[in-house]
Design a protein around this ligand. Sequence first.
Ligand SMILES: Nc1ncnc2c1ncn2[C@@H]1O[C@H](COP(=O)(O)OP(=O)(O)O)[C@@H](O)[C@H]1O
Ligand SMILES: [Mg+2]
Length: 378
Amino acid sequence: MATAKKNLASGKTPLRRADPLDQLGRELLVQIMQEITRDAVLTIDRDGRITSWNQGAEALLGWPAAEVLGRHFDFLLPEDLKRSGEVERLLEATESHGFLRDWETRRLTKDGHEIHVALTRMHQLDGDGKPLGATAILRDISPRKGLEEELLRARTLGAIGEAAARIAHEIRNPLTGIHNAITLLAAEFGPAHHRAPIFKEIQHEIKRVDVVLDDLLTFARHRPLSRQRVDLVRMLEKVVANLIAAGDLEGVVVRRYFPDELVVVADPSMLEDSLYNLVQNAAHALRGHNEALITLALKPGPKGIAITVTDNGPGITADIRRKIFDPFFTTKAHGTGLGLPITKKHIEAHGGRLRVRSAPDRRTTFEILLPPTVAPSN
Ligand SMILES: Nc1ncnc2c1ncn2[C@@H]1O[C@H](COP(=O)(O)OP(=O)(O)O)[C@@H](O)[C@H]1O
Ligand SMILES: [Mg+2]
């Protein structure tokens, strides 16, 4: 410091090379930080390439150090953040303030999952104040974020549900009236009349509206569980048979990993609807795909019963995955966007959980976890 001052004062050019001791000190500091913390700590050079990666980073993000050193850090960013310019925003923020503290964002793990993290980022300068790169610390805040989102969703759903139920009731009565009138007219003109196909078409469309209303009411209405003994193996076989009859499983191989029998005490219609929705979604995802395969598995375990529906379809991008449990969200021309919200509601009513694992071009697995309380007491 004194040297630099003297140099400045005497008008000489200050030292341009990094002070080796300072450099060593900084490296030591980063190393110590990396070892004592369970957070992910990584350093990157000026070009954004990863130069160190601690055990916390391996644990949080799933990548071993050997596979990431030298790579640009942007593979850790979800596509939507990359597109919205997060890399540039980060650089700008760190450059203008020297550091960034607890920036809440998302990162991708090796297996394609997104996690919520709080990011602290510090600029690293050499002895002359020239940028060397940055140190980033990532703290996992997924559990807290999950709760916040859950709460927000519950509130929104409550409001949407009430409005939807009222609208559905209002529409149902006139719709029944229209249906009856058309049926009467169709009967009067007879099936041979040249207008008969039009009546058929109207009846078909009314049926579709009716299905949507049904879904809406199921979703919005609170119905207490009506528990009975049911065999999940038979129930899944029935769901598959119904979907085959509806033509949804044409060209799809269905592989089953079932025990001989698995009896639970649960609400049969809620469970059947849930399974139907998941297998039907898998079938829809496989439309037009070669070697289409759906794998169904039933696994009883100490933590409850896991029912998984896996398909080898196109997978779900992280962007879409965030929305699939929102009511009315659909990517299908004739979808209602209520299948997954209803399924989630039914499963949670049993104290269970519905989870999804998917990424583009990977297999998609929806998993229902029923709690041990569904086991029959005998
Ligand atoms: N197995 C799957 N593979 C790919 N995308 C899926 C799968 N299951 C659900 N999805 C996505 O979730 C969305 C919502 O599903 P859902 O709530 O059942 O409504 P809908 O089937 O009427 O669209 C679907 O439109 C689709 O984009
Ligand atoms: Mg569906």
